[in-house]
Structure formats: C-alpha cells, structure tokens
Design a protein around this ligand. Structure first.
Ligand code: ADP
Ligand code: MG
Length: 574
C-alpha cells in the first residue's frame, strides 16, 4: 500500500499480487504489453518469477505444467483481444488434462467497450468454456475475493483452468485501504475419503478376479499417490498398466508392468481397477472390442461426475487416491491376498511381453540409414542420464517413444495428453527446467519432438536461451506430419509449377536443418544421421548447462510403427 495525502492507498495491482503471493504462486508466464506492462513489472518487484514467452499458448502450457509438477498453479499474464484468444488453447488443454492454472488477462477499458475499443473482445465469455471459473472482478475491493475463489476452484476437486479479467481502467484503480475487505486465502485442499463399504466391495471383487488389471492414470500422479499405488502393486503382485502420463507412478521397469502386452491385457481383463484415469479414447472407452463385454470396473476418482462415465462401474468410489488406495491395499493384505505368479493370466501376459519385446528389439537393432524410430529411441535411452523429465510430442515420435523411453519416477513424462495437443512441448520443457532448477538442479529435461510438433512452438528456444534453461531438444525428423516424402520425389514435386496442388498436406521440407536455429544465439546444434552421431550429440548436449541444445536426427520419411493388433481410433459405431 502507498501513502497519499495522509491516506493509505491501495491499488488493483497490489491487491492482485497480494492474492497471487498468498496463493503460493511463484511462477507467472506471459507476454507483456498494454494494459499489463506495469503488472508484469510489479510481479517481479514482489519476488515472483516472471517468464516472458514468445506465444501465449506456450505461456499457458508452461504454467499448467508447473501446476502439475508442483501442485500449485502457475500464473499466466496476457494482453487483451488476440492475447486472450491465443491463451484459450492453453486453457482448453489444462482443462481437459485436469491441471491447475490461473490466467490473468488485461482487457479494453470499460468506457471504450461498445465503441470499438483497442483489442475489445468478449474475454470472460470467450474464456468460460475452457475454465472452471471465469470472472471480471466488478471493483477493486472485490479483487481479493475473486482471486481467492479462482485459486480455490483451480486446485480443489478436479483441478483445472481459471480466468480473471482486468479491464484497463480497473488496473489503474486506486482506493483507500479502509474500503478493502481483509485479504484471505483458501484453506488447505480438503482430502476426500472413500466410503468404507465401497472399499470392502472392491476388495471382494479383486479377490475373486481371474484376470485382474490395475490401470494407473495421471490422476494418481497428480494426487502424489505413488507410495500407496506402489505398495498396492508390491503387496498384491497384481499386473499394472500405466496411461501415457501415469507412467512412473510405479516404475516402468517394475516387473509387474505389463506395458508391452497392453492390448492383450485390456482385451482379456475381467476386473479393471482404474486409478485416476478416465475411460476415454486413451483407454478405448472401456468398451468392446478392446475390452470384454463383461469386464467389471472398480473406479476411483475424485470427481463424482466422472463415475460410471462410458461404462457403468461395478464399484465406483469417489475419493482422493491416497486414502482410497491405502485402504484398498490394507483390505487385500488383511485377506492375505496375493495374485499368483503361476496363474494362467500371468503366464499369458508374460508370454505376450516376451513376444512383443522380441519384435521391437529387431527394429531397435536395425541401425541402417535412414534410421527408424525404434533404433533412435532404443539408443537414445542408452545415453540418457538417470531419471530425466521427458517431454514428448508428435504423433509417431510420442507413441513409439512412450514404449521405449522409460519413466521410473512419477510426473516425469509430459506429453500431448488427453487433448492430444501438438505444440505443448517447449512450454512444458520450460516449466520442467524451471522446476528442476528450483527443486533438483542435477535433474535434466529431455524434450523429444517430432519435426512437425517442434514447428508449433520452436521459437520458444529463444526463451530457453534467455533464461539459461538447459533443455536437450531432440527433433526426430521424418520431414513430415506422420510421414514425409523421399528427397527425390519431394524435389520433383517442388519443381512442378503447381506446388500447392501437388505437395502432400502431410509433407514438410526434406531434412530441414533445425539444429541451425542455435546459430541465432551464437551456439551450435547437432545434425545426426547415424546412431553414433546421435549418441555423441546427446553426450555433448548434456554437458551444456547454461541453455538449450537442439539435436536434429534425420530418420526415414516412411518410418512407421510396428504392425498393431488394432488400428488407432478407427472403431466407431456411429
Ligand atoms: P489419464 O490420461 O492418465 O488416463 P485422465 O486425465 O483421463 O488420466 O484422468 C485423471 C482422473 O484423475 C480425472 O478423472 C481426475 O478427476 C482424477 N483425479 C485427479 N486428481 C485426483 C486425486 N487427487 N484423487 C483421485 N482422482 C483424481
Ligand atoms: Mg514428423
């Protein structure tokens, strides 16, 4: 507060910052401009880390990744109109992923509304579909209440995005302190406990199962339920499958992980224990033909509205995962339940795991050039440091990389997620690198990008250089979206007079030298066409600790996934 004419004066900016600091928010990402310039500077003065990004989408991706990694939402600061529209993509991604984020938008002064104000736009209405809460505090004195409510809604129950709108005139507002209600903050997030009867039912159902399967989702990672889930798996010997970002809650290298036998496990399981995962497209809706029609689901989720979604659960438990899984494990232990390693189910799963591992190994060991995906990931894994945070996006790059790049710790994989958003990679990597700098300076961030995915947010490498974030970016370059064209074919098409009619929509320029983007900063990138070049480049890049590196790995434009039992996303009954 500032003193003026012997009265204590409070300003909007001070009250907003107060709310943000009280909420424990330490990182705000954004793009500075009218009318939020003063606010961005004031944030820094208040000791908050302000990270200036190159696109509002990436700023919002970074802020929500901070929210997922720390449990405390990151903030996003954007300008009016286009700034707000760009950030909507980020809010939608946070909302669909169930990650907390607080977005603050400057907007056109209210006395310019309706008469063609600069960047005038229906900001609260535009933000609302992608948010749990979207509001414009009507006056300065009501700001503390709205900030408190926004942070509470972002973090309580199912986390998500929230938006607060600040017209230019409100940002300039001043009042005397006695007009302002006492600042208050949200109490600690309440912990929801399970109904004891439902836990008993779940124990009974699991104990009778012939082909039980535990599915671990990113809700378990967000809940920090890793001690409980690991204890459940260790004490019961149940087979488990992680969703893409559920990886690492129980280590991928744990001997109960049946990841390589995913299709068989889903198809034959008779009881599925669903821990913080939705039966959406990622889990094939829980329906035939990917599951048995008589599969019984035990579902644990913090969100009551999620229970029985897509298929009716046999046991539906609304609870935080930590107490629910602890009680479930306890109940199973009291019964002396241990699932038999010599059972037919484990035998079938293990056989499938061995078969699939062999198939993948053949491709991984084929290092002929141009390289294939499996060879790249297999040999990349060999030279990675211990337990890096792996960020990954791009269709094939992400899907194939997921099965080969191991995560033994929770919240160590960030990818395109439930919304399948390409362009999240560099923003997520920036957040992960800031997280590492703050909490675990030895830990590294590896950002594995398809060449197409990299294009969405490639300019954020400038942000990484500016803030000295040592992210190792590996661009797996097949010269296209899904796939590209061989160089001679591509060149012939380019030479024709009709490039816009003949260049396939999926192809990008052949073997683009993305690593040369490092030259923009007087730094050097790595160009690789062979496994030895790739491995050397990774070793060299890991020595760089004051900024990002780009490793551009050229692979075959027609490299593909191994043949799949089911084609992806193609079964629809409509
Ligand atoms: P995945 O992509 O890994 O399948 P989803 O994002 O589909 O995961 O599902 C995560 C689920 O976890 C959401 O339905 C969300 O409500 C739930 N969830 C989030 N936090 C918790 C928590 N603390 N306890 C229980 N469930 C949670
Ligand atoms: Mg590609």
């Amino acid at each position: 507060n500032i003193k003026y004419n012997n009265e204590l004066i409070a300003s909007t900016i001070i009250y907003m910052i107060g709310g943000i600091v009280f909420a424990g928010i330490e990182y705000v990402f954004g793009i500075c401009g009218f009318p939020v310039i003063e606010l961005s500077m004031a944030l820094q003065t208040a000791g908050i880390h302000y990270i200036g990004m190159r696109n509002e989408q990436a700023a919002c991706y970074a802020a929500q990744a901070i929210g997922y990694l720390t449990g405390v939402p990151g903030g996003v600061l954007v300008v009016s109109g286009p700034g707000l529209l760009h950030v909507c993509a980020g809010m939608a991604n946070a909302q669909v992923n169930c990650w907390p984020v607080l977005v603050i938008g400057g907007s056109c002064p209210q006395d310019h509304e309706g008469i063609g104000g600069f960047q005038e736009c229906y900001q609260v209405e535009l933000a609302r579909p992608y948010c749990k809460y979207a509001a414009r505090p009507p006056s300065l004195s009501l700001i503390p209440q709205h900030v408190e409510k926004a942070v509470r809604l972002a973090t309580y129950g199912r986390p998500g995005a929230v938006y607060l709108d600040f017209p230019g005139n409100l940002l300039q507002a001043r009042t005397t302190v006695d007009q302002i209600p006492t600042q208050y903050t949200s109490p600690e997030i309440p912990l929801a406990f399970p109904e004891p009867r439902r836990i008993e039912e779940a124990v009974a159902l699991l104990a009778r199962a012939q082909n039980p399967l535990v599915i671990v989702g990113k809700g378990a990672a967000y809940a920090r339920a890793e001690p409980e889930v690991r204890d459940l798996i260790d004490s019961t010997n149940l087979p488990f499958l992680a969703t893409p970002m559920g990886k690492g809650v129980v280590p991928d290298t744990h001997h109960n992980s049946i990841q390589p036998a995913r299709s068989l496990a889903l198809q034959r399981a008779d009881v599925v224990l669903l821990l913080g995962a939705r039966l959406n497209w990622i889990l094939h809706f829980g329906r035939p033909p990917r599951y048995r029609s008589d599969v019984k689901v035990i579902q644990i989720d913090i969100t009551a509205e999620e229970l029985h979604n897509s298929v009716k659960s046999s046991v539906a438990i609304q609870s935080d995962l930590k107490p629910a899984v602890a009680q479930l494990a306890e109940g199973l232990k009291m019964r002396g339940f241990v699932f038999d390693r010599r059972s037919d189910w484990w035998t079938d799963l293990n056989k499938k795991i061995e078969d699939n591992k062999k198939k993948v190994e053949e491709m991984a060991l084929d290092i002929s050039e141009p390289l294939n995906y499996y060879a790249v990931f297999h040999h990349l894994q060999q030279v990675l440091p211990q337990n890096p945070i792996i960020v990954s996006e791009g269709a094939n790059t992400m899907d194939i990389g997921r099965s080969i790049l191991m995560n033994d710790l929770p919240r160590h994989r960030l990818d395109a997620g439930t919304f399948g958003t390409m362009g999240v990679g560099l923003g997520f990597a920036i957040a992960a690198a800031l997280y590492c700098r703050h909490f675990q300076p030895e830990k590294r961030v590896i950002c594995v990008e398809g060449d197409s995915a990299f294009g969405f947010s490639g300019m954020e490498i400038e942000t990484m250089v500016r803030y000295k974030l040592p992210v190792v970016i590996v661009v797996v370059n097949n010269s296209g979206i899904y796939g590209g064209l061989p160089e001679d074919v591509y060149n012939d098409l380019q030479d024709s007079g009709e490039v816009t009619k003949v260049t396939p929509p999926t192809s990008l320029s052949v073997s683009t030298r993305y690593e040369n983007m490092m030259n923009l900063f007087g730094r050097k990138g790595f160009y690789c066409t062979s496994i030895s070049e790739l491995q050397n480049a990774v070793k060299e890049a890991l020595k760089v600790t004051d900024g990002p590196s780009i490793i551009n790995v050229i692979i075959s434009p027609s490299a593909d996934r191994k043949p799949q039992t089911f084609s992806w996303l193609t079964e629809s009954k409509l």
